[in-house]
Design a protein around this ligand. Structure first.
Ligand code: MN
Length: 258
């Protein structure tokens, strides 16, 4: 049995290597990861230029590592359709440096790689550690290993987003099944002038939790729980679909010549 691993922090991320080592205790591991960082790269795929891969030295016997010039989603495609001799039993993306909560899922290359696996009909989860400073990789790697063990043989339409509090294993309060909360960024745009006097913009801001109510991913993390959110790619707003229903007739006629 074989696992496919990727991330968006790049092939040299210690989080990815900690994950590879932990998962290799369960089976063979193929790592296909971007050669550079893709954090914030979302579900990008490369369609206008060729991609290159290069095999790297592996940190363990049951591990093979390839770096790829493309995005995390590209890595999944290349792993699944070429590098692996058979479909992986599970695709894991991470361990990401920093949490991926609420709206982050739309920006995250880590989560998007898991989405790509889901599109390829493979069970997948993304995993992130909830701190940018002093990440306890070994704790998130242990969580990933235990979760992977549990998920072996699970139905293939499975897509989970996992966040692990940055504490020791014994300090974890448990595991919570959660829904996505809301998280936005404030002061997200900085404008300045470069040395040539031309304006530049820099997008970066502090995340602000807008909604961390009962059952949300943010709340679980705040309370010291590993957060597991099952999700899918149906972005339909069913409430709005129902609210717009009375306009169905008018909408149908909106483009017809009167
Ligand atoms: Mn990242």
């Amino acid at each position: 049995m074989r696992f496919l691993l990727t991330n968006d922090d790049g092939v040299d991320s210690p989080g990815l290597m900690a994950l590879a080592q932990a998962i290799s205790e369960l089976g063979d591991v193929a790592v296909v990861a971007p050669e550079k960082e893709w954090s914030g790269g979302g579900h990008s795929i490369t369609i206008h230029k060729p991609l290159r891969i290069r095999e790297r030295e592996a940190p363990g016997e049951r591990i093979r590592v390839w770096q790829c010039s493309g995005s995390p989603a590209d890595c999944v495609v290349i792993g699944v359709f070429d590098l692996l001799p058979e479909p992986p039993i599970l695709v894991i993306s991470g361990i990401n440096l920093g949490p991926n909560l609420g709206e982050d899922l739309t920006y995250s290359g880590t989560v998007s790689a898991a989405m790509e696996a889901y599109i390829c009909d493979l069970p997948a989860f993304s995993i992130s550690i909830a701190s940018f400073h002093g990440p306890r990789w070994e704790v998130a790697a242990e969580v990933a290993q235990r979760l992977a063990k549990l998920l072996i043989g699970f139905p293939k339409r499975l897509l989970l987003n996992v966040n692990v509090p940055n504490c020791s294993l014994s300090e974890l309060r448990g595991v919570a099944l959660t829904r996505l909360g809301r998280r936005r960024y404030r002061e997200r745009l900085t404008k300045g002038n470069d040395p040539f006097g031309r304006p530049y913009y820099w997008i970066a801001g502090e995340p602000e939790v807008e909604e961390n109510g009962e059952g949300s991913d943010s709340q679980a993390l705040e309370h010291g729980f590993v957060s597991i959110t099952p999700f899918f790619l149906d972005l339909t707003d069913y409430t709005m679909l129902a609210r717009l229903d009375p306009l169905r007739k008018e909408l149908a006629q909106i483009l017809l010549p009167s």
